[in-house]
Design a binder for this molecule. Structure first.
Ligand SMILES: Cc1ncc(COP(=O)(O)O)c(C=O)c1O
Length: 356
């Protein structure tokens, strides 16, 4: 980890807050932005003076590499306000490390850890009035880095921008979802960029997801690119499957994002005495378990939705419905993890991070 000391962040405050225009009792996910943003340029081989400025457009040359070669990586995290008004993050150092793992894969210069952490804290302190407090809401935080250097030559940019923007957000999905097991398209491949939060990974998902939406499914269950026989992720979430009383999730790999929610759920579940298996699980096993009645639950796990329970999945033109289980693992684990995130319970794993 870099020990570079961050220069003092220059702060220019807005003179026109837009906070009164937002209905905090009726928040969509990720639609509104706060008053300020953090921005830092990479020029001449180094990260320059970090700044916080009023939220604003960014002007780029049409030949900027981001438009042509998609050099961009991002993170997704949330800030929570507890009943005493204290502001918390959840395992932010893991996001900091992961953005650099993503950056490295996309030939983007890594960010010194302090730029990420100090920028995040300063921005959250300034915009803390924007953190919603109603049940299930939070401030979604989006750090991202993209290639801002000019030129049509297909080579890595020599200039980048690191930005942090925030969005007061309500719940992501407020109902159970129906997923289609993907048998043709792949989200990622061996040796590819699936483990990175690179913008193009998401752009590439939109078309197969749209086809699934047209058939009445909310999202796609991604399978391995070689055989399409093994279950990997659900939309932009990791996936958990409960067969009997065992919770199963695929191991992370080149193709699967190392989700922070996923690894937290694994730890919480084990700590609660739930049998957890991190192993490959095939579509065939899922179908068989559904037929015999041992398939109890499927849920997606990720920062945005936290835990997103599934009511049915489709495969080979057939739908398989999940039973309504009492005391579901999904509800139990969602409560456990959100109680830690919102400072409603003890944090025995040391995951909460106090901002102010
Ligand atoms: C492809 C993909 N998988 C899984 C996740 C869940 O990761 P996390 O729990 O760190 O948000 C995300 C979201 O970040 C994602 O984009």
């Amino acid at each position: 980890m870099s020990v570079e000391v961050i220069p003092t962040i220059k702060i220019e405050k807005t003179l026109n807050s837009k906070i009164d225009k937002v209905d905090f009792n009726n928040l969509p996910f990720g639609q509104y932005t706060t008053d300020h943003m953090f921005i830092c340029d990479y020029v001449d081989g180094k990260w320059q003076q970090p700044k916080i400025v009023p939220y604003q457009n960014i002007s780029l040359d049409p030949s900027s590499k981001i438009f042509h070669y998609g050099q961009s990586v991002f993170e997704g995290m949330k800030a929570y306000k507890d009943i005493d008004g204290k502001v918390w993050l959840f395992r932010p150092e893991d996001n900091q490390r992961r953005i650099n793992i993503s950056a490295k894969r996309m030939a983007i210069p890594e960010l010194p850890a302090e730029y990420f952490m100090e920028g995040l804290k300063a921005l959250l302190k300034l915009d803390s009035d924007w953190i919603p407090t109603s049940e299930g809401s939070s401030l979604y935080v989006r750090p991202f880095v993209f290639a801002s250097g000019d030129g049509f030559h297909a080579s890595p940019s020599d200039e980048y921008k690191f930005v942090i923007a925030c969005s007061p957000s309500g719940t992501y999905f407020n109902r159970k979802v129906k997923l289609l097991i993907e048998q043709h398209f792949s989200r990622s491949a061996n040796g590819g960029v699936g483990y990175a939060k690179a913008g193009g990974n998401y752009g590439g998902q939109f078309y197969p997801t749209k086809l699934a939406n047209d058939k009445g499914y909310d999202q796609v269950i991604w399978t391995d690119d070689t055989t399409h026989e093994y279950i990997e992720e659900a939309g932009a979430m990791n996936i958990f499957i409960r067969i009997g009383d065992t919770l199963i999730t695929a191991p992370v790999s080149d193709r699967i994002l190392d989700g922070i929610t996923r690894k937290s759920i694994i730890e919480i579940a084990k700590d609660e005495g739930i049998d957890v298996e991190v192993r490959r699980i095939s579509v065939n096993e899922l179908q068989e378990a559904s037929k015999t009645g041992s398939l109890k639950e499927i849920f997606g796990a990720g920062t945005a939705a936290v835990i997103s329970p599934v009511y049915a999945f489709g495969y080979n033109e057939k739908d398989y419905h999940l039973p309504d289980v009492e005391n579901s693992y999904a509800d139990f684990l969602k409560k456990k993890i959100t109680d830690i995130q919102y400072n409603r319970s003890e944090d025995k794993f040391g995951w909460r991070y106090l901002v102010e």
